[in-house]
Design a protein around this ligand. Sequence first.
Ligand SMILES: Cc1ncc(COP(=O)(O)O)c(C=O)c1O
Length: 452
Amino acid sequence: MNEDTHVFYRNPFAHYPVVAKGEGAYLIDEKGKKYLDACGGAVVSSLGHGVKEVAEAIKAQLDVVEFAHTSQFTNTAQEELAALLSELAPGGLNHAYFVSGGSEAVESAIKMARAYWVQMGRPEKWMVIGREQSYHGNTLGALAAGGNRWRRALYEPMLYQRPRVAPCFCYRCPFDKDPDHCALECAEDLERAILEVGPEKVSAFIAEPLVGATAGAVVPHEHYFRRIREICDRYDVLLIADEVMTGLGRTGRWFAMKHWGVVPDMMCLAKGLAAGFVPIGATLVHDRITDTFHSRRNVFQHGHTYMGHPLAAAAGVAVIKYLKEHKLVERSQKMGDELMARLRAALGDHPHVGDIRGRGLFIGVEFVADRATKAPFDPELAFHRVLGEIAFAKGLIIYPMGGTIDGRRGDHVLIAPPFVITKAQIGRLVEMLVKAVDGAIERLREQGKLPG
Ligand SMILES: Cc1ncc(COP(=O)(O)O)c(C=O)c1O
């Protein structure tokens, strides 16, 4: 433990090198060691590090005005960012509620759903249903909507209880079906849950289009979200797409819901919106919701001090312009295909790799003890942690996580490099990852924790 710090670290027992510089796909620590940032921290840095155009835009905004509270002023940066998002988002999502991160974007959506139904004369509708193994943020409301048991456990008594809905996870189908011959039982499970508590109580259903942190870039069945949209419509339940990880080009489309042509009622954004240059989040809201507030002359009773912050919005505008100008969303698709092909070639037959999945530059690799049975490693081995440590020591940053199956069992890594990554860097990434995987297995064997 580091006694010489006054920082309350995430993990006081870990050693964190001091970051000194960021350059494209690389981070460099104070000792000069270079790390290939293959996950943008937690799927944040989509443009890479040190992009001058974004830094200049933030500085230019600082020269104009650094802050003016949104209860007193609007600012041109947030007006411009909202207009850009309305242009890019699926039809009807024409207003942006700006906040400072993903959890705040989800909290805002949850409360907005409630406020909407109260205005519609349905004050009994308040409950937001989420899926097992999902993650929507760590503030209490967002945590309650999520379904990752490990993240919930400590705070469980403080979280509202809601019915559990199955994930759409074809590699580990909770209904033991094959995706080519299933009846979308996972989508039907939402209907069961809505009926269990009563549609009159349910305000919204929230889901990540591709499940990120908790399950490793899980791609849903092609027809899943269309079916979900139908069920939501049937029971007057709003659909909230949590695109905090997947939004702004990460999956090779501006927004992941565009893969299936499904328009949600609200969409939560953060991470890639300002690509890590400053904290920002946003809830995009469909006209049918904003019209309800406007026609009744109601305000949305919520808010945070830093909402619509001019620096954050200026960064967001610069990021979107950069993505457009350099055609980086298309590049995310193209380089994602390249990365997927190389990962499959290098690890597709590996005895401890069960599944490689994802879209665009949002890829998950799931590890198993046994490929044939899909049996996971013993959670006590913390395979993902050993792998992450070895990769980091080699200069490769990936996003490892355990509990892929149920919050306890299963190991995966998320690979989400910046869209500017080159083919040569992809080659290096895959090479280092393979070495790290083999290194992790070797280390566990040497420790007698895995059979030789
Ligand atoms: C899908 C999703 N929603 C919400 C959040 C929470 O965002 P933040 O950490 O910015 O509060 C995350 C963070 O990883 C996320 O992946």
